[in-house]
Design a protein around this ligand. Structure first.
Ligand SMILES: Cc1cc2nc3c(=O)[nH]c(=O)nc-3n(C[C@H](O)[C@H](O)[C@H](O)COP(=O)(O)O)c2cc1C
Length: 325
């Protein structure tokens, strides 16, 4: 299957693995890229630009296919040294960067001069149009279903994707809530040029996270996520657990006066404990509604082959037959 996204990034299948904190290490990125998708290392999970350089070198050893690095621009006062992280990306020969969070505008010249292609993750049509206007090569359109930060508009992909298709000229992938072939075909029908998956890729053999995390995703239904940090306008979709309940209780109590300090120990710095140590109650962690569709732990190759094979069957089989009858 060839789309504007496979052509832009020089990949075999229109499937991207979105950056994920403490999940997107070289092992996962290389496995996705070796399976013909686009694997992405999460830049800020690496504590320093030197650490990122080492992770990129490791990934270069594990695959000769294209892979990318995610750079998340956080709304924080003490900004990470982004130009140095970008230097590590350039020196490592990486040609694709997935940006997310705040606008990447300030950093585009440095990356563009090095021949890097930028895909910016957006949760609205207006942000997607801004990304296009400032020179991003592609957009990842993240619907309300997504694990992580869905923004504050609450527009699900059934509406958001065709709206993006109406307005955007650059290629875009559908992101959020996606885990199978039916959803790939639907995304293409809604105007997208491919898909980006987060949660689905956590429950794969190569994802270097504790087995408890994979088991929790497999056990979860589509009813088992919740939105936290709404009062802070930094909404995050997370798996329900005792920490989620505590955060929601504090938010209910304090309402619009909730401060980040009130919930800090439940939301900040918890990823190593959850993802590496498998302490599932250590804090809140991002997880999408698509958990309800995930019931196995395949290799990335098996997952991507299954999605592409079944997508072809749906297009040539069910859809074709509907036209014929
Ligand atoms: C555990 C987890 C951690 C994530 N961390 C990041 C991150 O650090 N930066 C980022 O841009 N997106 C992050 N995301 C969002 C994903 O890249 C992707 O956009 C999202 O998971 C898509 O929705 P889905 O989970 O329904 O597939 C994370 C998602 C999950 C599930």
């Amino acid at each position: 299957m060839q789309t504007r996204i496979t052509k832009l990034f020089g990949i075999q299948h229109p499937i991207i693995q979105g950056g994920m904190h403490y999940v997107g290490f070289a092992e996962l990125a290389a496995a996705v890229s070796n399976a013909g998708g686009l694997g992405i290392i999460t830049g800020l999970t690496q504590k320093t630009p030197e650490d990122l350089a080492k992770e990129i070198a490791k990934c270069n050893d594990m695959t000769d296919k294209p892979f990318g690095v995610n750079l998340t621009f956080l709304p924080s006062f003490t900004s990470p040294p982004y130009p140095e992280y970008i230097d590590a990306i350039i020196q490592g020969g990486v040609k694709i960067v997935e940006t997310a969070g705040r606008s990447p505008e300030k950093y585009l010249p440095q990356m563009k001069e090095a021949g890097i292609k930028i895909i910016h993750k957006c949760t609205s049509v207006r942000h997607s149009l801004k990304a296009e206007r400032i020179g991003c090569d592609a957009v990842s359109v993240d619907g309300f279903e997504c694990g992580g930060h869905p923004g504050e508009d609450d527009i699900p992909n059934m509406i958001l994707l065709p709206r993006a298709a109406q307005e955007l000229k650059v290629p875009f992938v559908a992101s959020g809530g996606i885990g199978n072939a039916q959803q790939l075909v639907a995304s293409l029908a809604l105007g997208a040029d491919g898909i980006n998956m987060g949660t689905r890729f956590i429950a794969t053999k190569e994802a270097p996270v504790h087995q408890n995390v994979k088991d929790a995703i497999i056990a979860a239904t589509e009813l088992d996520t919740a939105l936290v940090m709404r009062p802070l306008r930094n909404t995050e979709r997370v798996l329900k657990n005792s920490a989620t309940e505590k955060v929601l209780e504090i938010e209910r109590e304090k309402g619009a006066n909730t401060q980040i300090e009130d919930i800090m120990e439940l939301v900040g710095g918890v990823y190593p404990k959850v993802m590496t140590e498998g302490d599932m109650e250590a804090g809140v962690w991002s997880c999408g509604m698509v958990a309800g569709l995930i019931d196995d732990n395949p290799t990335c190759q098996e997952l991507i082959d299954r999605i592409m094979g079944e997508a072809e069957d749906i297009i040539k089989g069910r859809l074709e037959t509907l036209l014929a009858s």
